[in-house]
Design a protein. Structure first.
Length: 455
């Protein structure tokens, strides 16, 4: 009898049992009076992981894998400031909206979502090349932003703990990536997909433009936003005929020549028809949003709302993407009591509207059925509590409770903080109902330690 739990096969998904991430961040700024500023920042990251049970290997196999040093230019811009006009040119972080956990209007910059344990804002958000101008109209400030190139979120498709493909993914998807990407690092897989997409389009095809209008009256601050550009979540499509051929293969670990003949034939047909069998694209959409901030006693109250003509989601049945119009709203309250004592509470609602927006020019969209992570109506509550005791002891708890669909993420931690050094230990608890974000990534429950030194 064969030990199925230990027999190599192409549909199992590897797991990072332990990982270590080292990062260095440098920020240099030069200012001349109130009229000029030059900003340059960058980071350097190195990751080592203990991988186990990768596709094609024994389930109990373990191997230490390292990711090459990853240098990244972050902000690099020049700012010119006048009496009525401010101009910034270069790679920069531009914030729209006022919410913390769910940020429906923060659409101008990409994010690094490859590791959901990364919460430092300067490492999570990716500045992008832009020309920004703000005009003081007296009663309001008009902002205009133009971005010549599109920069997607740094999302992982396969091979890491927070990748799209997980053990709960459909079998044919796991077999497809296990066959063609099981022996590659996640960064190599994601890089190949990005290069394939970039080679098929004009460099300026991802250009975008946006505008904002900001008002201040009494104790209220209000902003209105419009952006025409791309949704930064990857829209993925696996040809259904190729998927069916992988699903019908007689053996996971050793497909027959007949199996591969059927798979290869389906691949050739998809490639000739629309560039398949696996397509990664980014959906162009209109974004309209607003936010409002006011104070009531010790509380700061916020409203953040937006409409997108198309956003990308994934189906449970085959992980193929669906583009749907959406409306979102976030209502939040923040309470601060001196230095290091903050409580934030936010309630978010998202409604998926119809109809679906066709993206891939294939007769069979293969994206029916319920969606992964979301439903037509989605409601959640996020909370951040950060409290400092005895000047240096920091206790923090971040949580998200998805009411619809039911899902929860809880991250309590305790640490020691000084102006130059911080050390924290925490625990990530994550789970939920089937098909929710918490359930899909439930094996990532973990204990972690972070240290930070500033000089």
């Amino acid at each position: 009898m064969t030990d199925g739990a230990r027999t190599p096969n192409e549909q199992q998904v590897g797991y990072e049992r332990a990982s270590s991430v080292s990062q260095a961040y440098l920020d240099v700024r030069y200012t001349r009076g109130r009229s000029f500023q030059a900003v340059l920042s960058g980071s350097l990251a190195y990751t080592a992981s203990l991988m186990e049970g990768r596709a094609g290997e024994r389930f109990d196999s373990r191997e230490v894998r390292t990711v090459l040093v990853e240098p990244l230019l972050r902000e690099a811009y020049l700012g010119f400031y006048g009496e009525r006009v401010d101009v910034r040119l270069g790679q920069q972080r531009i914030v729209w909206g006022n919410s913390d956990a769910a940020a429906p209007n923060d659409v101008l910059n990409a994010r690094d979502t490859r590791n959901r344990m990364q919460l430092d804002p300067e490492m999570l958000h990716l500045p992008t090349l832009a020309a920004r101008a703000d005009f003081d109209l007296g009663v309001a400030v008009l902002g205009v932003v133009a971005q010549p190139f599109f920069v997607p979120d740094r999302a992982s498709i396969y091979g890491a703990n927070w990748s799209l493909v997980q053990p709960d993914a459909p079998r044919h998807v796991r077999k497809f990536f296990g066959t063609y990407g099981g022996d590659r690092d996640p960064a190599a897989i994601d890089g190949a997909l990005v290069r394939a997409r970039a080679s098929s389009e004009n460099a300026l095809a991802g250009a975008s433009i946006g505008t904002s209008l900001r008002f201040h009256f009494g104790s209220f601050d209000a902003s209105y936003y419009y952006h025409y550009g791309r949704d930064r979540t990857p829209f993925v499509y696996l040809d259904p005929n190729v998927a069916a051929a992988f699903d019908a293969a007689k053996s996971d670990s050793n497909p027959t020549g007949e199996d591969f003949e059927v798979i290869y034939g389906a691949q050739k047909k998809a490639a000739a028809s629309y560039g398949g069998p696996f397509v990664v694209q980014y959906v162009r959409r209109h974004h309209v949003g607003t936010d409002l901030t006011t104070t009531v006693g010790p509380l700061v109250l916020r409203l953040d709302a937006a409409f997108d003509s198309a956003m990308t989601f994934y189906t449970k049945q085959n992980l193929n993407s669906v583009a749907r119009p959406t409306a979102q709203a976030v209502l939040g309250a923040e309470y601060q009591r001196g230095f290091g004592k903050v409580v934030v509470l936010e309630a978010s609602y998202m409604r998926l509207l119809g109809p679906e927006v066709p993206i891939v020019p294939a007769p069979n969209q293969a994206n029916g059925g319920p969606l992964l992570f979301v439903k037509d109506d989605n409601l959640g509550v996020a909370n951040v509590v950060r409290w400092t005791f005895f000047e240096n002891v920091v206790v923090e708890a971040r949580s998200f409770l998805g009411v619809q669909p039911l899902s929860w993420v809880l991250r309590p931690e305790v640490g020691w903080a000084t102006p130059s050094f911080t050390a924290r230990v925490g625990y990530l608890l994550i789970d939920g109902e089937g098909g929710s974000f918490g359930s899909y990534y439930r094996r990532n429950e973990t204990v972690y330690l972070t240290t930070r030194y500033a000089f």
